[in-house]
Design a protein around this ligand. Sequence first.
Ligand SMILES: CC(C)(COP(=O)(O)OP(=O)(O)OC[C@H]1O[C@@H](n2cnc3c(N)ncnc32)[C@H](O)[C@@H]1OP(=O)(O)O)[C@@H](O)C(=O)NCCC(=O)NCCS
Length: 147
Amino acid sequence: MLNNIKCYLMKKEDLDYFKNHLSEFDEFWKFDLLKSEFENELTTCIIAKNEEDIVGFASLWEPPYEIHINNIFVKKDLRKNNIGSILLEKLIEIAKEKNKEELTLEVNINNIPAIKLYEKYNFIKVGIRKKYYNNEDDALIMNKKLI
Ligand SMILES: CC(C)(COP(=O)(O)OP(=O)(O)OC[C@H]1O[C@@H](n2cnc3c(N)ncnc32)[C@H](O)[C@@H]1OP(=O)(O)O)[C@@H](O)C(=O)NCCC(=O)NCCS
C-alpha cells in the first residue's frame, strides 16, 4: 500500500499533465471531456498525488440543491492501493462542507470494483437507469446520506 497519498484541488498544470497521460488512468474518459469538466463552474475536480506523481482524479458536480460524483479514476497500475478510497473520502468531506444532505452517483452495473468502493462507504443502491451507457449497460444509482 502507498502511504503518502494526498488530495489537492486540480490546477491547470494538472490538466495539462493528463493531456499525454490519460490512457494510463482510464479508457472511457477522453481529454476533452476532462477539460470541460475542469472548466465547468459547477464542478469541483480533485487529484490524488503520491509525492509529486498524480495517481488519481475525482470530481463532484453541483447543480442547484444537489451534488453528484461525476467520476473517480485511479492510475491503472496503482489500483487496489487505497487511492480510490482516499479520493472518495475527500469528495464526501467536500460535500459535507457544502452542507449537502446526500451524495448521488451513477455507476455501470457491471463495474464491480467501483460498486464495491461505494459500498465500502455506505452508498446504497436506490435505482437503475436502463441502457444508460452506450444504450447497452444499465446504470446503478447510488446515494449516501450525509447528515
Ligand atoms: C473504481 C476505482 C476508482 C477503485 O480505485 P482503487 O484505488 O483501486 O480502490 P481502493 O484500493 O481504495 O479499494 C476500495 C475498495 O474497493 C473495492 N475494490 C477495489 N478494486 C476492486 C476489485 N478489482 N474487485 C473488487 N473490489 C474492488 C474493495 O472493496 C476495496 O476495499 P478494501 O480495500 O477494503 O477491500 C478503480 O478501480 C478505477 O479507477 N476504475 C476505473 C474507473 C472507474 O470505473 N471509476 C468509477 C466510475 S463510477
